[in-house]
Design a protein. Structure first.
Lengths: 564, 283
């Protein structure tokens, strides 16, 4: 020891030897560089690798153990070991029991534990506390290959320095690992959500507080006919039609007021121009602090639902039809059956009574025949094969033929049928037989619902519609009665199958209820129109229009000359 | 300082430290010195070895296992702890245990000094300043000037005690009145004589006036606060009749909050209770 430590006589220490200064300088330089590498290590294994290289520069050692402190207790567990054999393992166990680990951590400095029997064998261990900030995160156990005379305080200082650097580096790596795990979990969650959004059969979109689209899935962009790239970040009024924006604005107001909204819009897809019913459901979107951050919308093409709805309605109509037709069929049948039974059972010689009964049976049979004919007619008219002849007919002639059929009925009730046909415009396009059917139906109805000794007027004049072209293109024919009238809400209904205004069976006049629907089919097929105007207790006027022949010819000529 | 030279020139035989202390101080600073070198040097002084082993195995260090050899002690406790023990033992042996004056209890002053030493060490460890062992020694010798006065300039010391009794002033005020200087100056001078590290000298010199220190400010602040803690916690007695004065700036410099302080005081008390082994060395 003499060469290093020489004391002068005046008790002042000598300078520290140049050699020693050089060694120290180099060691600190290495430490500085090594600690930089340590800190740069990203993963725990990288840091441990660097640490071992680094420690080799400072001390000779055979093996190494890294003990980490348990989070919620003062105990330590072996986290990593380097070349720990059976011997080292036994010494490690001894060390754990000895109490030195906790002691070294309490002292917060490097503690060298010499071999049990003391002096200079290469069996000593260095306990390096891993101090990160104020906290001990663990302790490094280094199995030294040094003789005690090779242990200097300076080496301890270097080890301590390495320990603090390694602690910071490890702490960072643990945090990094933790963060990476959390990030992965978040990425998985995000992925899951995105997949869920995309695999939804509904369209989904979100609007922020400035009414900009912040999210849109494939279905929504398909419905809207807008690519998601185009949509995201755009304000709604820049990408949607003004009508749809108005609809959205109103819907958003409602959503903000009551929390959600459900509605339907007839959307026109800008790509293919097709329009379809778009169902939209909006609800408020809130963040974790429960603050409103926008609106989330779900949209769906309602075409199929609408069709289904329509089909259901048809089904319902059919049911109603069957139920009313059964009723209509049964009434005359019941009466035929009853009178037939009476005639069979009671052998009544009274011819007069017999005749009376038989005439009732005949009347009811006729009613059934009429009904079945009407039904057949109507059914035929529902199919596309129903055709009408389009020939030139003189409307008054048609009326005269029809008049023969209803004359008897009118005479029974002393009803006078008064006519006033426009003498100039007589020739219309039509089907004589079908038009007779229309007149018979309309006049028949008039007779049925009019009081006795009243007048039914039948007149015609050129039609003056709202549009100029209609004027004089058509002839308007009216059948005017003075019956009890039809309430306004029934003006359309009466043209539907089996609708008679009075649902009271007692006041309900005889009839299939199919007459007006048949008239409607015929007139519409001929290119005309049929409607009713009425005032309660004053009477009803049934109007229908038919194309005038002259006008038609003129129009055709005009069209042909235009072609040329 | 003229007053100081005049005063210390009256001291006939200066208190000296054993040569071994100087050797240990130098060796610890030398990066090339190993544990066995250090142990070999110390082992020449047999009584010092037994003192060291006694302290090392005391409650103060609280080692989990008994240490039987000096080499083991130097290896396990490290050089600085050994240096601390050597310096403490040597300082104690440089002075008599008891003073000559019944009005001044020297043992109480040593108790106060050990309290200050323990507090200095805890504070130094807390703020991670340098070597806590060095702070311990600085705290231990901060009032050494008073003992020099008592032991070597006793007439003057009597006068100082008279002033304290009459005017109920602090030790320092009385010293200034009688001597034109105080124990801080004397302590600093002695530490210089003993070749103690600079930061110990400065801590001794400015422990009552930390604002005037220019170097080693944190060490000065530590000893200043440790002195106050030792007095406020009733560890021994420094001899003055006035309470401790604390320079608040020292707290700010060490950035210790109030909550931390209460934790630290508990730790200081625990350490102090375990430190009786040092007082035993006085015998």
């Amino acid at each position: 020891m003499g060469s290093i430590l020489q004391l002068k006589r005046d008790n002042r220490p000598v300078e520290i030897s140049d050699q020693s200064v050089k060694v120290t300088y180099n060691e600190y330089k290495n430490t500085f560089n090594g600690s930089r590498l340590l800190i740069e290590g990203k993963s725990v294994s990288e840091i441990l690798q660097q640490l071992i290289i680094f420690l080799r520069e400072i001390v000779k050692f055979s093996s190494l153990g890294l003990l980490l402190k348990e989070k919620y207790s003062d105990d330590y567990y072996l986290y990593y070991d380097y070349k720990i054999d059976r011997n080292a393992s036994a010494r490690l166990r001894w060390l754990e029991k000895s109490g030195y680990i906790k002691w070294a951590c309490k002292e917060e400095r490097v503690v060298i534990i010499p071999d049990e029997d003391g002096e200079t064998e290469d069996q000593s261990m260095a306990l390096v506390p891993l101090l990160s900030g104020k906290n001990i995160i663990g302790v490094l156990i280094i199995f030294l290959q040094l003789r005690t005379n090779e242990l200097t305080s300076h080496k301890s200082d270097l080890l301590f320095l390495v320990g603090t650097q390694a602690a910071s580096a490890l702490q960072n790596a643990f945090l990094y690992k933790d963060m990476a795990l959390k990030n992965q979990a978040m990425a998985n969650m995000k992925n899951f959500l995105e997949n869920s959004l995309e695999s939804m059969a509904d369209g989904l979109f979100a609007l922020d507080m400035e009414n900009k689209i912040s999210l849109i899935n494939t279905f929504a962009s398909k419905y809207f006919g807008i690519s998601s790239v185009e949509a995201i970040g755009s304000e709604i009024h820049k990408i949607f039609s003004p009508e749809f924006v108005r609809f959205l604005d109103k819907s958003l107001q409602k959503t903000y007021m009551i929390g959600n909204f459900e509605g339907q819009f007839n959307y026109v897809n800008p790509i293919d121009g097709k329009n379809f019913p778009l169902g939209i459901h909006l609800s408020i979107l809130k963040n974790t602090e429960k603050e409103r951050i926008g609106v989330i919308g779900i949209c769906r093409d309602l075409t199929e639902r609408e069709e289904l709805f329509h089909l259901r309605k048809l089904d319902q109509l059919k049911d109603e039809f069957i139920s009313s037709i059964s009723h209509e069929l049964r009434t005359p049948l019941t009466s035929i059956k009853s009178f037939t039974e009476i005639l069979l059972e009671y052998d009544t010689p009274d011819k007069k009574t017999q005749k009376e009964f038989l005439s009732i049976i005949e009347k009811e049979t006729n009613r059934l025949i009429d009904l079945v004919n009407d039904l057949l007619d109507l059914s035929r008219m529902s199919h596309s094969e129903f055709s009408v002849k389009k020939e030139n007919v003189i409307i008054e002639n048609v009326f005269q033929e029809a008049f023969h059929s209803v004359k008897v009925l009118a005479e029974k009730k002393n009803i006078i049928i008064d006519t006033d046909f426009d003498p100039v415009n007589m020739m219309v396009v039509g089907d004589t037989n079908r038009l007779i059917q229309v007149f018979v139906n309309l006049i028949g109805n008039g007779i049925k619902f009019s009081p006795e000794k009243s007048v039914i007027k039948v007149w015609s004049k050129p039609f003056s519609g709202k549009r100029l072209v209609d004027k004089s293109d058509f002839l308007q024919i009216a059948v005017e009665d003075s019956g009890e009238g039809i309430p306004k809400e029934y003006f359309k209904v009466v043209f539907e199958k089996f609708k008679q205004v009075s649902s009271d069976a007692a006041t309900k006049p005889e009839g299939s209820g199919l007459g007006l629907p048949i008239c409607k089919r015929i007139i519409e097929r001929l290119g005309g129109n049929i409607w009713v105007e009425s005032e309660i207790s004053k009477g009803s006027i049934f109007f229908f229009t038919l194309p005038l022949v002259n006008a038609r010819i003129e129009r055709q000529e005009n069209a042909e000359s235009a072609k040329k | 300082m003229a007053n100081l030279h005049k005063l210390v020139s009256q001291i006939q035989s200066l208190p000296t430290l054993p040569q071994i202390v100087q050797q240990v101080i130098t060796m610890v600073e030398d990066p090339g010195v190993s544990s066995s070198n250090l142990a070999k040097t110390i082992s020449i002084d047999v009584s010092l070895v037994s003192k060291i082993l006694k302290v090392v195995n005391s409650a103060y260090y609280g080692l989990p296992r008994k240490i039987s050899t000096l080499t083991q002690a130097t290896v396990i406790l490290g050089f600085n702890s050994i240096k601390n023990i050597v310096m403490t033992a040597s300082v104690f042996s440089a002075f008599n245990k008891n003073g000559k004056n019944e009005r001044f209890d020297r043992k109480k002053l040593w108790e106060h000094s050990i309290g200050c030493a323990v507090a200095s060490k805890v504070l130094s460890k807390r703020i991670r300043l340098g070597v806590p062992e060095e702070a311990f020694v600085a705290g231990l010798v901060h009032d050494i000037g008073k003992i020099v006065l008592d032991q070597f300039l006793h007439t003057k010391f009597e006068q100082v005690l008279d002033v304290i009794d009459e005017k109920k002033v602090s030790f320092r005020e009385a010293e200034n009145e009688v001597l034109g200087l105080n124990h801080c100056h004397i302590g600093e001078w002695l530490c210089d004589k003993w070749n103690f590290p600079k930061q110990i000298q400065e801590a001794v010199a400015f422990h009552h006036s930390p604002g005037r220190a220019e170097k080693n400010l944190k060490m000065v602040a530590i000893v200043h606060l440790a002195n106050a803690i030792s007095r406020l916690e009733g560890m021994g007695d420094g001899g003055g009749k006035k309470g401790a004065e604390i320079d608040v700036k020292c707290w700010e410099m060490l950035s210790i909050s109030e909550e931390e302080l209460s934790e630290l005081i508990v730790e200081i008390q625990e350490e102090y209770e375990k430190s009786s082994v040092f007082l035993e060395m006085l015998n």
